[in-house]
Write a protein that binds this ligand. Sequence first.
Ligand SMILES: Cc1cc2nc3c(=O)[nH]c(=O)nc-3n(C[C@H](O)[C@H](O)[C@H](O)COP(=O)(O)OP(=O)(O)OC[C@H]3O[C@@H](n4cnc5c(N)ncnc54)[C@H](O)[C@@H]3O)c2cc1C
Length: 434
Amino acid sequence: MSHSFDIVIVGGGILGTSISYYLSCLNKSKKIAVIEQAHNVAFHTSGRNTGKVHAPYLYNPEKKKLFAKAAFRGYEMWEEYAALRNLPFKKDGVIEVALEQKDIRVLEKYLKWGKQNGLEDSDIKLMSNTELRKIEPEIKCEAALYVYKDGSADYSIFTDSVMKDSQANGTKLILDTRVTRIKKEHGKWEITLDGEHKIFAKFLINAAGGEAVNIAHDVGVAEEFTDVHFRGEYWRAPKEYHDLTKTSVYSVPEFPDYPFLDPHWIIRVDGRCEIGPNAVPVFSPYGYSKTENIKEFVPKMLEMLGSGARKAIFDKQFQKLAINEIQSSMSKSAMIGRVKRFLPKINADKITEKGTAGIRSSVIDGDGKFVPDAILIDDDMSFHILNYNSPGATGALPFSAHIVNHLDMVGLVKIEDPNAQCGPWKFGSIIDGL
Ligand SMILES: Cc1cc2nc3c(=O)[nH]c(=O)nc-3n(C[C@H](O)[C@H](O)[C@H](O)COP(=O)(O)OP(=O)(O)OC[C@H]3O[C@@H](n4cnc5c(N)ncnc54)[C@H](O)[C@@H]3O)c2cc1C
């Protein structure tokens, strides 16, 4: 293995692989590496999510501008990419339901946001409960927002394919290898792998998902931020429920500032149905098991108490929702009960199999507030992406193009061929709409 690279990307999730894809397509002469500690790409959040290709109706165009734009463009791009590589992609829509009269106002707001974010009249429709019942007789609600331009995919398969395309352009993928230390030495990065081997890089991109904040801190940036991890758990529904609805169903969130908290009725791209995710606070980005959480409890608590997260921990609303979520993790019927409110036919006793949990890492600023959008940080020899959360998988292709273009604009990584054709797209045409 060569030990020197022009660019090293830490993180083989959907973001790191997509960035490597454009960089390798636009810069044929640069040596690029992606380092991933797991055995395969998309092993963590990118392969453990709900698999929705989201229409941008949930995202406030002011506060989540970047995510909203990337989701809007991402839908078309994944559709085109799936067609090119013959990968599963279903345009199956999503229904957002109002369970109480007061929630109808939220649906109206989502309709407005959706249109502000680029959806057309034919992509999204507000319906009365009578209108919806004609299409989906099992759903109980006060009103619904039917979003036709929403889809389902398997992001593990997408990430794997994007990585293969990037490798075909010359990117080196280094798997089963953990970045344990990063140090600036004689104008280069000296990156220690697994505590022993060293490689060198002129430029570093931090796309490390749940570890992105730690890596940024290691190189002395983003010190005002910390993060909190939430485990999203799923339950698999038995076959007899697979035809309960034609479309996935979300409900208006109980806590509008935390829209990821309310479990949904999910129809996956292969037709399997699941309930989830909840969002249980855990102490590590890999806190899937009790053992990992116990191990990380003390260091994470100390880190949080010494940072802005301290304010969040003592916030009454945060405490209430954390208790709710812990309860829904301990009690299957508590979690399934949240979906039963709009799908009363579901019987928790018939649901016995757990799905694959995924972990979300939300960044908290110095004032103890959750940061709503992704955080992009330029440093002289590195670039950091923090808080890359939902709908991060949907937006990964345009978002990564935006990052690569940004790096070129600020002079951190010069693009050799800005007119290059990357897969089905001319690079310039992707960034035009962002
Ligand atoms: C429960 C849940 C449901 C979601 N549902 C959806 C959805 O339906 N639609 C949607 O668009 N988005 C969804 N999301 C969001 C989406 O999955 C994420 O935004 C996206 O996957 C983040 O990708 P990433 O590449 O930044 O992170 P990751 O996939 O976590 O990748 C980061 C990688 O970096 C590696 N890494 C970290 N540190 C090191 C190190 N020191 N050395 C080597 N490797 C390292 C990790 O092993 C990891 O593989 C969901 C998220 C969650 C948690």
